[in-house]
Structures are given as structure tokens and as C-alpha cells.
Design a protein. Structure first.
Length: 346
């Protein structure tokens, strides 16, 4: 049964009513630590990008049950003019109006949309109608989509030969299924378990690296190689910092941010030169997991990179994390174009 949904459109993320934010954070709990992260991405978008945010409501409630967004980019006019002149001896087209659409939530790792599961079918139907409405506009010449494989597949009304699709493998969280970090380690394959134990032993006994744990960014050592403005931004977000330290030097750190409903987000920042690191990559993940298992409210451990979930082009590259208990999902990156010379997204 398709339920009639109500949608509100906002052309700036700053215009979304504050009373809706808690419900939207619950919808996005698996993808971003805070709605502030989406605001930051909006504010840092390239100049000229125009956004529309869609907030959906059910027929009997005034709290959001769905969220989606589209970004409108101007196509590169100079490139279009050069191509157009080669094809036609004369032209009177206003190429400055030609646009590309990008349909995705955040970085695209949530796919096209997020909905309360009770409204997922109706939500998908409404998103399909929105896409058809936008792609019927004459100025829209290319479209880019990110959707969860098997769940958000869509049908475009465009009949074009200029298209491609590519799978992206997105790291999903580790779900807390053990009571303690020691129990978690014991549950791993013996080879992985021994590898992690050796790495910790070398870190402490051979390399004499110490672990630091700071409740706020303001409490971190003055030698931490992070700009003051970044630390201030982390302080506003209520970020917790974990560090690897030796001889008063910070070798690397982890940013820890609590999301909604037990979702905890960790992002590593190694500061050592490649090939000379005392702290191996796997210990950033393992230090995150030590903290994760210490937090009674924590349910899912998410690992980030540059503020977003880790994305891999090859499934084989996920093996390192899968061996440590993490899951993954497949996002299809899909592109369509009506113009022969526009063969990939901007």
C-alpha cells in the first residue's frame, strides 16, 4: 500500500526548521554523527552549486520520516561552446543554462534517500516522481545518482546511450556483539588475533608508544599537529580525542564523535611519514574498538576517512576490515548524459 506523503522543500540546509533536526538525525544515525556534518558539507560546496533538500512527513505526524537532496551544477560553458561549434556551423543556444543533477544524501553513501522503514515503499515512489519531474526540465542535460544496490534501484525516462554505472563498496559498522574488547579479540580468527596482539606488544614494549585519552579537543597536547581552527571546530562538536604519543610527540590521533542511538564514529589521523610509522594502520582501528567497548551506550562502531565512510573500488580491499568484524554495502554510482561530450560527472 502506497501512503500519501507530504514533502517540504528547502533551498538551503540552514532553512530547515530546528525542531526537525532531532528526527532527521535519527533517520541519518547510520551515516553521520550529527546534522552539523551535513551543514558543514553544504557550506563547503563549490561556489555555484544549488541545493534542494526534501523533508518528508507522514499523513498523521509532524515529524520527518524521510530525507533526500539534489544538487544542481552548471555544466562547463566553455567546453560546451567549443564542442557545439565543431558540430554545427551556426548556433544560438544559451549553453549557460545547461545543468547536471546529482542525487545523493551527504556523500552518497546513504544512497538516494533515507526513510523510516515503515514508509520505505511510499518514499521510494515519491523519490521516483521527483526524479522524473526534474529530468523532464529542458535545461537538465546530465544526471548523477548514488543508490543502495537492491534497495533503491530506479528507472530513468531518458533514452540515452551515454551512460555508465560503477559499484562502490562502503564500509559498514561493526555491531557490538561481545561484552568486552577481550571477548571481541577472542572471537576473531586465530591468525588475525595473533597479528593484533603482536602489533600491540611491539607498540608498547619495542617502540614505547603511549596511549592518550582526552575528553575534549582543548585538553590535547600542544604538540598535536592540528590547526587551532580545526581543534576549535572539534570542540564545538563535542569531539573526544584518542592519541598515540612518544617523547612528547603525537604520532597520530583518533577523533571520536557520538551519534544518535548508540552509533559511535571514529576517524583516524596518522601524522607519521609513510614507511616510517611506529603505529600500524590496524591499531588505529583497534584503539577505536577499545574505546567503543568501554562505552556502555555504544552499539555500532563506524570508521570514517575525511569525514565520510570508507569507500573502496574493489571488494578485495575490504578484506582487512572484514577480518576484524566490519560489514559492507554496495552503492551503485550511476551517470546519464544527453550530451556526447559529457561522459562523466563533474
Amino acid at each position: 500500500m502506497i501512503v500519501m506523503l507530504i514533502v517540504q522543500k528547502f533551498h538551503s540546509i540552514h532553512d530547515i526548521d530546528e525542531e526537525f533536526i532531532p528526527s532527521l538525525e535519527l533517520l541519518l544515525q547510520e551515516d553521520v554523527p550529527s546534522f552539523k556534518n551535513l551543514i558543514e558539507k553544504h557550506d563547503q560546496a563549490p561556489e555555484g552549486d544549488v541545493f534542494t533538500y526534501f523533508v518528508f512527513f507522514g499523513p498523521t505526524q509532524n515529524t520527518p520520516i524521510g530525507f533526500a537532496q539534489v544538487c544542481i551544477h552548471a555544466l562547463p560553458e566553455e567546453d560546451l561552446r567549443g564542442w557545439f561549434k565543431k558540430i554545427f556551423k551556426f548556433w544560438k543556444k544559451d549553453l549557460s543554462q545547461w545543468k547536471q543533477l546529482t542525487w545523493k544524501v551527504g556523500d552518497g553513501n546513504s544512497g538516494l534517500f533515507v526513510f523510516d522503514p515503515r514508509f520505505s515503499r511510499s518514499g521510494k515512489e515519491h523519490i521516483q516522481k521527483l526524479i522524473q519531474e526534474y529530468e523532464s526540465r529542458p535545461e537538465v542535460k546530465s544526471q548523477e545518482f548514488f543508490f543502495i544496490k537492491g534497495l533503491q534501484d530506479f528507472q530513468s525516462e531518458w533514452s540515452t546511450q551515454n551512460k555508465w554505472a560503477k559499484d562502490r563498496f562502503v564500509l559498514e559498522p561493526l555491531v557490538k556483539s561481545s561484552k568486552t574488547y577481550q571477548d571481541y579479540i577472542s572471537s576473531l580468527h586465530v591468525d588475525i588475533r595473533e597479528q593484533i596482539k603482536r602489533a600491540w606488544k611491539d607498540l608498547h614494549q619495542k617502540n614505547e608508544v603511549q596511549l592518550g585519552d582526552y575528553f575534549s579537543a582543548n585538553e590535547t597536547p600542544q604538540t598535536i599537529p592540528i590547526e587551532e581552527k580545526v581543534l576549535k571546530a572539534w570542540e564545538k562538536l563535542g569531539v573526544h580525542i584518542l592519541t598515540f604519543e612518544k617523547d612528547l610527540k603525537v604520532l597520530g590521533c583518533l577523533k571520536v564523535q557520538k551519534g544518535s542511538n548508540g552509533n559511535i564514529f571514529f576517524e583516524p589521523f596518522p601524522f607519521e611519514p609513510q614507511g616510517q610509522a611506529l603505529v600500524p594502520d590496524e591499531l588505529y582501528t583497534q584503539y577505536a574498538l577499545i574505546k567503543f567497548f568501554e562505552m556502555p551506550e555504544a552499539r555500532k562502531c563506524h570508521m570514517l576517512n575525511f569525514g565520510t565512510k570508507l569507500v573502496f573500488d574493489e571488494k578485495e580491499d575490504l578484506k582487512f576490515f572484514q577480518e576484524q568484524g566490519f560489514q559492507f554495502k554496495t552503492i551503485i554510482h550511476h551517470f546519464l548524459s544527453k550530451l556526447p561530450n559529457i561522459t562523466k560527472p563533474l
